[in-house]
Design a protein around this ligand. Structure first.
Ligand SMILES: *Cc1c(COP(=O)(O)O)cnc(C)c1O
Length: 364
């Protein structure tokens, strides 16, 4: 007999790597040893082989279908996480020019800092002086039409700050880090020059980074850019200038099919709105818990909250785990608590969390 863990996870609220739909995990399990009658695991297949190619091709076409990605955009399946794009973006776009960066929380600040070794990196706007409680408004964003691009992050995973509209900027290509809210709702791709996202929040396992690049931006890379970091070379080689993260791509493809089967991004969005409302409404109705983010920017994916009596925080985390609710400890930088409610967490997950919060409040 195998040893049983004392407690086991019913709902995983981790910020990333995060929950993956259990239907997807079951499918992976069922075909782990023998994919589609090949007698091989996807893990063992040559990335250029005839068994594997349909897997990456279908993943790309389903991803394009979900987001409505127009033909004049390339989709790349890269590695290195979102953070690697912090230098790949300037290497591929800056071309000795300038670029502006909006800072709305930890991740976009880190992106701005990581770009500093390049010349011409400017701060567009920042909400750091107000502790990132409200995102910089579009009319405060500064940029120049000579800029090679304007960078922002559409959802700050740690601070729980999300932009719901897209800035209407026509003269500078927008580059967006969508790591933690991609596929949570429909977006208009045509408003963007480049979108990138690490997979481990709302797409699939770690090790894969999706990059969407408009055709006119793909061929301006600094000539010294190494091949694996060069969007154009990767694109010309179907993301296979070296071995891509084959197994992560396969699971991402299954997640795309799972979203399509649930009606695509409109219905996913309706569910995400309901989940976030249920949780924020409860937090607001209670004097025991609070969230300080401006109501117009409260993230639907990552809900940081605190207990008025902070000394109860670790008790909350351990009792939540005893009830099967995992991953609720806040990020070490901001403390408190955080519930990440990505697509894979359904309404029942949020209901279980709110029920637990209510019980904890009553008992304490
Ligand atoms: C998690 C996250 C990152 C970092 O991703 P890595 O894959 O660890 O490089 C960057 N930006 C945002 C918005 C994130 O949520």
């Amino acid at each position: 007999m195998t040893m049983m863990a004392k407690m086991s996870c019913k709902f995983n609220f981790s910020a990333g790597p995060a929950a993956i739909p259990s239907d997807v995990l079951k499918k992976v399990q069922s075909e782990l040893l023998d994919w589609n009658g090949t007698g091989m695991s996807v893990m063992e297949m040559s990335h250029r082989g005839k068994q594997y190619l349909p897997i990456i091709e279908e993943a790309e076409s389903d991803f394009r279908l979900l987001l409505g990605i127009p033909k004049n955009y390339k989709v790349l399946f890269l590695q290195g996480g979102a953070i690697t794009q912090n230098f790949m973006v300037p290497m591929n776009l800056l071309n000795n020019g300038t670029a502006s960066y909006v800072v709305s929380g930890y991740w976009s600040k880190r992106t701005f800092n990581d770009a500093q070794p390049f010349n011409g990196i400017k701060l567009s706007a920042t909400s750091e002086p107000i502790d990132y409680r409200k995102a910089p408004q579009f009319n405060e964003w500064e940029s120049s039409k000579e800029d090679a691009y304007l960078h922002y992050c559409s959802n700050e995973t740690i601070h729980g700050v999300e932009f719901f509209d897209t800035p209407n900027i026509k003269d500078v290509p927008l580059v967006c880090d969508m790591s933690s809210n991609i596929l949570s709702r429909p977006i208009n791709i045509e408003n963007y020059g480049v979108i990138y996202a690490g997979a481990q929040k709302n797409i699939g396992p770690a090790g894969l980074t999706l990059v969407i690049v408009r055709d006119d931006l793909i061929d301006v890379a600094d000539k010294r850019t190494p091949s694996t970091f060069n969007w154009k070379i990767q694109s010309d080689n179907n993301s296979m200038i070296n071995t891509p993260a084959t197994f992560s791509i396969y699971i991402a493809g299954l997640v795309f099919k799972w979203i399509l089967a649930r009606g695509g991004l409109e219905s996913i969005e309706a569910q995400n709105i309901k989940k976030a409302m249920d949780l924020y409404n409860y937090i607001d109705s209670s004097d025991f818990y609070y969230n300080r983010i401006d109501s117009g920017n409260r993230s639907r994916m990552n809900v940081p909250f605190s207990i008025s009596d902070d000394s109860l925080t670790s008790k909350f985390v351990s009792e939540a785990e005893e009830s099967g609710l995992y991953g609720l400890k806040g990020h070490r930088l901001v403390g408190g608590l955080r519930a990440s409610i990505y697509n894979a967490i359904d309404i029942e997950g949020v209901t279980a969390l709110v029920d637990f919060m209510r019980r904890f409040e009553k008992n304490n």
